[in-house]
Ligand binder design. Structure first.
Ligand SMILES: [Mg+2]
Length: 190
């Protein structure tokens, strides 16, 4: 089977990692509880930043957000290793900018994610992922962003939504809350 994975906030806990960086950089003490109440992808609001300031802050911090010690979600690495061991094809499709693509690949390998260089795609906008994903003829694809999954709904791909506070209103996709459940989920929906 061919499995496609988004990276940020699907396999790794990037927003929360960025939230800790913002607290440090802005010398604030926004609590994790406040963070978990944010119901949009962007995290700047509890820090009192406007959308413009938040966007600038994100871009200015990108290097640190991407390449420090952002943790994978529990059991994500192990689950993908298990898939690879069972000879499934694993594809990564991330909207991370092109200039960060190769370094992201290396960083992910260091975390233990099983990566075949030819199956790692980056440098596309969210709404362009559909082209790559269609070409790959994936059997399964998982992402945290409703807009991305929406573009794929007509495709013969089994879609999973990574459970996040900002995608709760979308209820018609299979939902993944813990990576340890993934193997059972795909068996039930294959
Ligand atoms: Mg994502």
């Amino acid at each position: 089977m061919r499995f496609g994975f988004d990276i940020d906030d699907t396999l790794i806990n990037l927003r929360e990692h960025a939230f800790h960086i913002y607290n440090k950089k802005l010398n604030k003490q926004v609590s994790l509880e406040q963070f978990k109440l944010i119901d949009r992808v962007e995290i700047h609001e509890p820090f009192g930043l406007t959308d413009k300031e938040g966007n600038d802050m994100w871009n200015r911090s990108l290097e640190e957000i991407y390449f420090t010690n952002c943790p994978p979600y529990p059991d994500a690495v192990e689950t993908l290793q298990e898939l690879a061991k069972a000879d499934h094809e694993i594809y990564y499709i991330t909207a991370r900018p092109k200039e960060h693509g190769e370094r992201t690949k290396k960083w992910m390998k260091n975390l233990g994610f099983p990566i075949d260089d030819a199956r790692f795609y980056y440098g596309m906008k969210d709404n362009e992922k559909i082209h790559t994903i269609k070409t790959l003829h994936l059997d399964f694809y998982i992402d945290d962003k409703p807009a991305v999954l929406q573009t794929l709904e007509q495709e013969p791909i089994t879609l999973f939504m990574m459970d996040q506070p900002y995608n709760q209103s979308i209820t018609h996709h299979h939902r993944l809350t813990n990576w340890k459940d993934f193997m059972n989920l795909i068996e039930n929906h294959a």
